[in-house]
Design a protein around this ligand. Sequence first.
Ligand SMILES: Nc1ncnc2c1ncn2[C@@H]1O[C@H](COP(=O)(O)OP(=O)(O)OP(=O)(O)O)[C@@H](O)[C@H]1O
Length: 468
Amino acid sequence: MEDGKVRVRFAPSPTGMLHLGGARTALFNYLFARYQGGDLVLRVDDTDRERSTRGFEAAQLEDLEWLGLGFDEGPYRQSERGDVYDAAVEKLAEAGLVYRAEDEAGRRALYFRPREREGSYRDALRGEIPFSRVEDFVLVKSDGTPAYNFAAVADDAEMGITHVLRGEEHLSNTARQVLLYRALGEGEPEFLHLGLILAPDGAKLSKRHGARSVAEHRREGYLPGAIIEHLATLGWSHPAGREEFDGLEELAQEWDPSRLGASPAIFDPDRLLQRNARRIRALPAGDLLRRLEPFLDEPPPEGRELLAVEAIKEEMRVLSDAPRLVREITDPVDPRTFARELTEASVGVYARAEEVLEGRRIEGWRMPAESSGSCAPGRRGGDEDPRPLASPAARADGVPQRAADALPLRRARGRESRERIKRAREARLGHERADTGHPERAAGRGGGERQRGPLRLRADRVQPHPHR
Ligand SMILES: Nc1ncnc2c1ncn2[C@@H]1O[C@H](COP(=O)(O)OP(=O)(O)OP(=O)(O)O)[C@@H](O)[C@H]1O
């Protein structure tokens, strides 16, 4: 232990999965250590023999690692530090401050009798906290395990912890703990009791109350960066109001403990979801594809993986949305879907789609040339001659031959309709020319046309062309 070096610890109990409240405490300890150029120690507070398991411990460590919250020392386990507690009991016994008595269940336990029963301690976020009427309390339980307050103090003192950052539910424990520090002749660390993170219903996020775990978020396809960024904003604020950071590294550069707050913060799952969606959208397609691999039940279309990722990225909020979205763009297109989405204003767009998709195969939808002589590709007119929509001719299976046939719209027939389509197309093409400044591309005559707007996704949804 280096003299004068800041040392903080994160001390979870392995009695359940790591949830976002615990993770936020781990994050702030991590950031505090980074800010001070100090060390973060990980200590597993597993004195509760009945509820602690190695499985929960391993899962919590895995989640911390996934979040990128590395530690400098540990993990230490309280269950393996009996010598430290024995030495502390001895010291208190020499001072005449311990005695054996029956606990509430009638079993023999070791008690601490504090020298003083009132006083105060300083909390860096809350100022001086007075306490009074502290009663004798258990140091070592009847089964030989150290009680929480005693183990925490003996460990923090032995580990040279200089700052204790933890949730404010520990405020009442801290009064007992400072009496122990004083009785042991140890200097007290500086305390920072962080405001709690509450569920939307106002209850403390806690393992006992079934808070959603970090692992569940991971399985659902949240990005660790989104969780870190979100947790950072709960109980801390950036001087310039920033709420988005490139990653833990950038956050650590910007973080400063003077902006920590003592008020509770409500965890809003929707905001986390939005953040996640935004970060997914910002990922380069290759990176996103790699992250999606564990979530996909079948690979995206071969050779078009990145295209597929680009096509679904906008609609993805969590990575586990991917299989459904990939299916949506690769499954055969049901023309009824087109029909449902089309409105009267789409008539011009539809006519344009017909041109673009001509010659390509869409499963479940025959091109007009195959279904009706009236719209043979050979008859395709130029820009000035959009074809009228074909007459409604339902197939035997009830699926209309053309999506437009299912339109709940006035049929686009007759001169008036043709004129309307023509005007709509001209307006759109003119708009496109103005946009691109490239008449050929704008008119859709360029080689591998890439359509914009609503058509783009449709064109992507087409099965790969056999001649490509
Ligand atoms: N909702 C929360 N808000 C802020 N900090 C929290 C929250 N829940 C836990 N912490 C902090 O995280 C650290 C680890 O907590 P711990 O492992 O005891 O989780 P817990 O959910 O409080 O457990 P339990 O449900 O058993 O009470 C402690 O410092 C604790 O103060």
